[in-house]
Design a protein around this ligand. Structure first.
Ligand SMILES: C[S@@+](CC[C@H](N)C(=O)[O-])C[C@H]1O[C@@H](n2cnc3c(N)ncnc32)[C@H](O)[C@@H]1O
Length: 272
């Protein structure tokens, strides 16, 4: 995914052990919080979400857009669940395999390289599907939700965390800068848009939690860390895209402070 050669797409971000990323991540995360994640979610949040969703040893969980796999491995190690991660990016899947082996969890955790729109799973394969900060990459969200519904057993839970945006026509420039910062399209939506699309795909929304302060704090820390390590990242991953990424954090913070961007954890279920 992304356009290789443009610099920072997820391939670069998923190389969490590259020299520049190693140094960067020491400043991105507080001691003990780095799972290899590319979201604001810390281990404490994953533990809270896992408890909220009732994930335990008998639960078959799918992490949609699993990135480097660190979050999925963390949840599996804390809950004993059976975990599958689905990720489109080959670098992420390779990293996920290494993290799983390092944790000795190969018997309970596996990763599949595939597109979330067309998942290589039988109907009703999972009890819970989760997804952390991935929704912006999907243009056809109703189509994605229908595919999630297919792989989820009746009564199963679909929970995702996503940035939510209230862009107006006057925000077109900001919107472009955000998309450019990740070198891939960003199909953002409002919370109301997500709720309507979930209903259209046959889900019932159970609970919505908004996260602002920790999310903003992470954004501030990320902007500071990227600014501090700018030259090393630019040398490793390309100057142009590194600078676009810095603009991305600045613009995103502006949207949060203007009350136009937030992060919501949306829990829904597939009716029996
Ligand atoms: C912001 S990252 C979040 C990763 C992970 N959930 C985490 O918390 O660290 C978004 C992820 O979605 C993946 N992705 C993008 N398009 C996808 C698709 N069509 N199907 C599955 N994963 C996709 C990206 O490669 C990236 O790993």
């Amino acid at each position: 995914m992304g356009t290789r050669g443009l610099g920072i797409d997820y391939s670069e971000l998923h190389r969490i052990d590259s020299p520049a990323n190693r140094e960067l991540r020491k400043d991105l995360w507080l001691e003990g919080d780095d799972l290899g994640q590319h979201s604001f979610v810390t281990p404490a949040y994953f533990d809270r979400f896992a408890a909220q969703l009732g994930i335990g040893p008998d639960t078959r969980v799918l992490d949609l857009g699993s990135g480097t796999g660190g979050p999925a491995v963390h949840i599996a190690s804390r809950t004993g669940c059976r975990m599958t991660g689905l990720e489109v990016n080959a670098v992420g899947v390779e990293m996920a395999g290494r993290i799983t082996a390092g944790a000795g969890l190969e018997d309970r955790v596996d990763f599949v390289q595939a597109d979330g729109m067309h998942m290589p799973f039988e109907d009703a394969s999972f009890d819970v599907v989760i997804s952390m900060n991935v929704m912006n990459v999907f243009e056809d969200k109703v189509g994605l939700f229908r595919e999630v519904r297919r792989v989820l057993r009746p009564g199963g839970t679909w929970a995702f965390l996503s940035g939510t945006f209230d862009f107006g026509p006057q925000d077109a420039e900001v919107r472009d800068k955000l998309a450019r910062g990740y070198a891939i399209p960003q199909y953002t939506d409002t919370l109301a848009g997500y709720k309507a699309k979930l209903a259209e795909a046959g889900f019932v929304v159970d609970e919505v939690t908004e996260f602002i302060s920790d999310f903003r704090e992470t954004m501030v820390r990320w902007l500071a860390a990227w600014t501090k390590h700018r030259d090393a990242i630019a040398a490793e991953q390309g100057a142009e895209q590194t600078d676009h990424h810095l603009v991305y954090f600045t613009e995103y913070l502006g949207m949060i402070d203007a009350g136009k961007a937030s992060n919501h954890f949306v829990v829904s279920h597939r009716p029996e």
